[in-house]
Write a protein that binds this ligand. Sequence first.
Ligand code: SAH
Ligand code: SF4
Length: 341
Amino acid sequence: MEKITLSKFTKEELDNYIVDIGEKKFRSSQIFSWIWQKNAKMFDDMTDVKKQFREFLSENCQITNCKIKTRQISKDGTIKYLIEYSDGLCAESVLMRFDNRANLSVCISSQVGCKMGCKFCATGKNGFKRNLEAYEIVSQILLIQQDTNLKITNVVFMGQGEPLDNFENVKKAIYLINNNLQISIRRITLSTSGVIAKIYELADSELIPTLAISLHAPNHSIREQIMPIEKKYNISELKKALLSYSQKTKDRITIEYILIGGLNDTKECALELIKYLENLKCNINLIPYNPVSDNNFKKPNKKDMLKFKYLLEAAGKKVTIRLERGADIDAACGQLAGKIK
Ligand code: SAH
Ligand code: SF4
């Protein structure tokens, strides 16, 4: 008989299960805290749970049904994990350890592969395999906490997949991250290529994460060349959705903009971008393009990058250039290809 996976449960579901098998409800709180707060890897770690009950749990249940298949550690401390699911498919997660000492961020995947097919992205090149279930998404964080015995403080949906193309599972995962892992909703960021209909729905949901948008172009024609989603959801409609989201949350939106040499890193592009972002409260994150095999895109040169940044700043925008993290282990943005079987 297949074991019951306890990390699939919300607190209420775990309470019900524990009571159903004839145990006292407070056991549920103990187990819940061992799984989600105290990084227990096995039931025997749960020292305040009586031995007989631990044995019952070991025989009938498992904490998670996913496992760490490989881990690669970068020179800068970034760790890339390959997480294997029960059907043998894998997705990648990245732990960014040294952002600053108080913060420990993990970048998680929402799908195995991605349907969106952005031209610059390694994930998009490999096509789509399947959506991840909510608990499979959250298990990435759980396994990394178990592995490092550290508490994750920030979560970004910036790994493989388009989170808004797996909306119900992602919404439930946000709930579990917030409730079970006790990570504040303000420290959860969802990055999307711009599935507009779902951006409106997200703004109406109970837990509204910080939004990051993969914009990558200042106008329709450049965006269309590199992001197929622009054909369905265009950049002017996107602006309306972003304004509405930021009015609702009163929070800044993060604009992600990959600088691709000669394509979208010119002075004209910077000026057009400034115009596009008028009236929107945002932080702009410039990401130097990370080369992916078999396309003709080029890295931007440093001078153009700094000039682009300067132009935006001169217009009063908040801009950072994203550090390349874990580049030596292909853990940088857009390089998560995974091993799709
Ligand atoms: N699908 C969502 C979430 C994945 S986030 C989205 O696209 O927003 C992955 C981030 O890495 C996105 O901002 C994406 O645009 C960026 N990215 C993809 N390929 C890249 C590359 N080759 N170089 C730099 N950034 C890249
Ligand atoms: Fe998918 Fe995002 Fe990559 Fe585009 S950038 S292919 S949406 S993962």
